[in-house]
Write a protein that binds this ligand. Structure first.
Ligand code: GLC
Length: 603
């Protein structure tokens, strides 16, 4: 029997009027739910797995849909995303109880799946900024651009404390030091969730990955974090404490193990610590097929993860594939009927999920707000990202005061593979999961374009990727760095600069051309030769679309203020090297950063 929209809203309003608020409304709704409908709420399905059978959203009353790193929608413009969102959300009105669907996406440095959205610096650059206000602003803009497309749940902030730069996800962390991470993680939550989670331009935060993802041995992604509990609590837990205090209402569990035990099955840390000791009242979601890693016996994996305290399970395969959403629902229902998973555990999970949906106001308004669509990629949003960029650049060297460059320079040669490459500038998690070099997004400015806009005579700027057009008397800006990557594809044993990058710097040095190197990277790299051969060196991290922010620093419109969020190693032999180590002799210490004297800062 399908509840009419009117009856359902009467039910919710009456419970709220009963003065018992959301809790009573949730209780009233849960009383009407079958076991399968409850388990449906606990089921989060990737768009790729359900897009060819959307009616399954109705059949199984699915509670959540995500667009994972590899989910492709046809039209990645803001309007295309809004239409995709609304078309799926409309299906929630066809379910018996009309519970709205919760939509999640990796909006980790802006609404980065959307072509035309503003892409902010990745967290490593925001960590260098040390600027909680800039982080909060970035998250606020991200939430506004998300809601412009309807999407209301960001799988962010990542509050990993990255302790070994071999880790491919180092750039998703604010840095190696827990106090920096906890401060900026909380700011990110406040920016996303705003004053009220029911606001039309706010988004649900998801603090991840719980817990210890940045502490694995050798920085192996999804590896084993081998530390005692005191170290786990001192290094990796603070980000969650402050994020929960800031109001975060979802947490994503990590793939890593703690001393050999997979986090997805860790009842002590999920239920006793997170939900008990930290009094986390939101929902706990798995990572992408994370429960599958617990055991080849799927029923056991489901039992162990749900009993550990997972409330929602991220499922990424569809009909006919192993461990698909229909199998999950059937398996969990059987476990409840066999009493190996209690009804109380199911009810706790569903209560958390429905409470979050109600506090987000999804029952009252579940569709895209067209007024916000126009804001996606707006000049005001780009200005906010440009400000974050200039606050994130760390000046490591400035011999002879080469920087700031003069706007009336006779000739500036802009070289390097990454000088005119918005894809390299943005890094991973940009349109594609892994990101890629080239014109991946429209909007924004590359460093080459930004330099041209900074000089009085644009013809004074010469683009010479390999630097061969440079001559003595010129000044050179060489933009080098990593190819985009994400997650385990970024795990590296060797963090040396690419030979072709070093070659450009050496070629210019041999010509006697004073050179500033701008490095795009997700982490400190081994830069010895390039550092020695250049007069100035700027760590720009992965700044995103607003290359003007880089030029603001290069031309002295903003005197650099950023400080290293990681200790900078001399060689791979030193990695891991972290502030507080007994033997501590990095190339540049944690917190290092030069500035200019005399240049006027913008504000
Ligand atoms: C990925 C990542 C996680 C992301 C999730 C959804 O594997 O570990 O950070 O939010 O899957 O894309």
């Amino acid at each position: 029997m399908k509840l009419s929209a009117a009856f359902l809203s009467l039910l919710l309003v009456s419970a709220a009027f009963a003065g018992t608020g959301t809790d009573a409304a949730v209780t009233a709704l849960m009383k009407k739910m079958t076991l399968e409908e409850k388990i449906g709420q606990m089921t989060q399905v990737d768009y790729e797995a359900v897009k060819s059978s959307p009616k399954d959203i109705i059949t199984y009353s699915l509670g959540s849909i995500l667009w994972g790193g590899n989910s492709e929608i046809v039209d990645v413009t803001p309007r295309g995303w809004a239409e995709c969102y609304d078309s799926l959300q409309r299906l929630s009105e066809k379910t018996r109880l009309r519970v709205p669907i919760l939509f999640g996406i990796d909006a980790v440095h802006g609404h980065n799946n959307v072509n035309g959205a503003v892409i902010f610096p990745h967290n490593v650059g925001l960590g260098a900024s040390r600027d909680a206000a800039a982080v909060q602003k970035a998250a606020e803009v991200t939430a506004r651009e998300m809601r412009g497309t309807g999407v209301h749940w960001a799988f962010a902030p990542c509050v990993a404390v990255a302790r070994n730069e071999r880790w491919g996800r180092t750039y998703e962390s604010f840095g190696e030091e827990p106090d920096l991470v906890r401060k900026l993680g909380a700011a990110h939550v406040k920016g996303l969730q705003g004053a009220s989670l029911a606001g039309k331009n706010t988004a649900l935060a998801c603090v991840k990955h719980y817990v210890g993802d940045g502490g694995t041995t050798n920085g192996k992604d999804q590896g084993n974090t081998e530390v005692d509990e005191a170290t786990l609590r001192a290094l990796h837990l603070p980000g969650y404490i402050d994020a929960i205090e800031a109001g975060a209402l979802s947490v994503m569990v990590s793939y890593n193990s703690w001393n050999g035990n997979k986090m997805h099955g860790n009842r002590y840390l999920i239920t006793d610590v997170l939900k008990g000791e930290l009094k986390f009242r939101g929902l706990v979601v798995s990572d992408w097929s994370g429960i599958d890693q617990l055991s080849p016996n799927y029923a056991y994996a489901v039992e162990q993860s749900i009993n550990a305290g997972l409330d929602m399970v991220m499922i990424t395969t569809g009909p006919g594939r192993p461990n698909n959403y229909e199998t999950f629902i059937r398996t969990l229902a059987k476990l409840v009927k066999a009493k190996t998973v209690s009804m109380a555990r199911i009810d706790d999970a569903v209560r958390r999920i429905l409470t979050v949906k109600m506090e987000m106001g999804l029952f009252e308004s579940r569709y895209t707000d067209a007024a916000l669509l126009a804001e996606v990629g707006s000049p005001a949003h780009r200005d906010a990202a440009r400000d974050a960029v200039r606050r994130s650049l760390v000046l490591l060297k400035n011999q002879g005061g080469l920087l700031p460059l003069r706007a009336d320079a006779r000739r500036i040669v802009v070289a390097g593979r990454s000088a005119d490459d918005i894809g390299a500038q943005c890094g991973g998690w940009t349109i594609d999961w892994q990101g890629k070099r080239g014109p991946v997004v429209t909007g924004g400015t590359t460093v080459l374009q930004a330099v041209k806009r900074s000089v009085s005579n644009p013809s004074a700027v010469v683009h010479s990727p390999d630097g061969r057009l440079a001559d003595s008397g010129d000044v050179a800006v060489v933009v080098v760095g990593e190819d985009p990557y994400a997650e385990m594809f970024g795990d590296r044993e060797d963090l040396a600069l690419a030979p072709e990058d070093v070659a450009v710097v050496e070629r210019l040095a041999a010509k006697g051309v004073p050179t500033v190197v701008v490095l795009f990277s997700g982490r400190p790299m081994i830069i010895g030769p390039a550092l020695e051969k250049s007069a100035a060196f700027v760590a720009a991290w992965l700044p995103g679309t607003e290359g003007d922010g880089v030029a603001d620093v290069l031309f002295g419109r903003y005197a650099p203020t950023a400080k290293l969020p990681h200790s900078w190693p001399r060689s791979m032999k030193q990695v891991p090297v972290n502030v507080g180590d007994k033997q501590y002799d990095p190339l540049f210490p944690y917190g290092f950063g030069l500035t200019y004297d005399g240049a006027k800062a913008l504000k």
